[in-house]
Write a protein that binds this ligand. Sequence first.
Ligand SMILES: [Zn+2]
Ligand SMILES: [Zn+2]
Length: 81
Amino acid sequence: MNCYECAMRDRRETVAVASCSTCGAAACVEHVRVGAAVVHEHSPGNPADYRLPGRRLYDVTCAPPGSVTPQEAMEGTVPAS
Ligand SMILES: [Zn+2]
Ligand SMILES: [Zn+2]
């Protein structure tokens, strides 16, 4: 599969390394982002976010705040919870 962003933006064919966990689009190493899955709990007066174990991969369009590039992930930058 080829990267969706590369195909749409630049009409390039780049081999994808992941598919976005939100929209399912394929993303190359340049366009993939590494994040964490977060569950938002809405309880009256005490809303909370719980970070799930493991990682989630996103494309640049769907990357949530706190997600990082694969390079940053390799260097140990932990995605913000
Ligand atoms: Zn790409
Ligand atoms: Zn996506």
